[in-house]
Design a protein around this ligand. Sequence first.
Ligand code: FDA
Length: 391
Amino acid sequence: METTDVIIIGAGAAGMMCAVEAGRRGRRVVVLDHARNPGEKIRISGGGRCNFTNLEAPPERFLSGNPRFAISALKRFTPADFISRVDAAGIAWHEKTLGQLFCDGSARQIVDLLVRDMVAAGVDLRLGTGISAVSRDGGFLVETSGGTIRAESLVLATGGKSIPKMGATGFAYRIAEQFGLAVTETRPALVPLTFAEQDLEKLRPLAGVSVEARVTLGRTAFEEGLLFTHRGLSGPSILQISSYWREGDSLTVDLARGCDVAGALKAQRGAGGRIAVLTALGRYVPEKVGDMVLEAAGISGRLADQSNSVLDRIGDAVNRWQVKPVGSEGYRTAEVTLGGIDTGGLDARTMEARTVPGLYFIGEAVDVTGWLGGYNFQWAWSSGWAAGQAV
Ligand code: FDA
């Protein structure tokens, strides 16, 4: 039977980083993936430019049953560490917004960097390889479409359930359960939210319209773009809040961030006010949003004829729009999976299962989920790096 030191299942961001590090330490590493190409999610990420990290990755920007779990790995392999690798590879990059770093060229450059580093570290990458079973005999036996391989260490880096069309599976969760590790509830995150049919009737005409918004749920708020879609809401502010939203929750949306609309309308009215109220509102929100707000409130006519209480109602409808999504677009479009392998069962320094020596879980499969903005790749790099030092 073929033997090696380390088997890594999953040639995504975390698996490749782990492979490079373990290979550099002189470990014999075999990486298995059922996909035809490595790093497919890297390739499609960031609109093809890969938001490969964020200038800062504080633990508050990650959701987890144990918010402290990610600290160790994120401290030991930081955004600056990954940026140095990108710089050393001569990949040009830029900061887009909020510390988010993207390739100037193409996301493929990041995949190529990792593949080159794996080759240089002597890693054996086997694509198009299905895994039928995993068992333990002191080490680990992995039954693949290419035969059985035995290794001292086994790393699960198969990611989450998002985008099943691209080969995402719940494989890591199944293996965790097989070895007695707990898995927290998983759900789609960084995902557009959807509305009930009766709400959509009013909102459909707005599909394609975007605004700079502030979206609030309880004590959590995001100030970023919002996009009306044919099925509900999307855009960065909605993707961000979707990680916190649960069925039954209402969102408060400010559709004209930074502008007190009631106050501004009163000021305009004081300065003349012969214009239509819709035209006046159009200074602060796109016309279609203005239309929706006025129609819903049954308000029309000239600005000059509107009372203070009517302008307050308009202000509330724009600055404090209450919406109750009924669901999300699901794993079909979700950027990540919230939840996963319970961090209580893992060593935060090495990602090794506490009760199963030699078994490791890294990347999105673990119950650590970053905000939108390069945080999920940073978690993949940091957790992959941490396990790579230990396997
Ligand atoms: P990842 O999913 O990358 O890799 C898992 C690998 O395991 C895959 O190669 C898969 O084929 C393989 N695999 C799965 N099941 C298997 C099985 N049963 N047998 C064998 N192999 C199996 N994040 C970010 O920080 N910045 C960004 O710009 C974006 N953009 C983005 C866009 C889109 C459209 C999506 C869907 C996601 C993002 N993300 C992102 C999130 C980011 O892509 C994600 O968090 C990381 O890819 C997770 O890395 P992993 O290595 O953990 O899993």
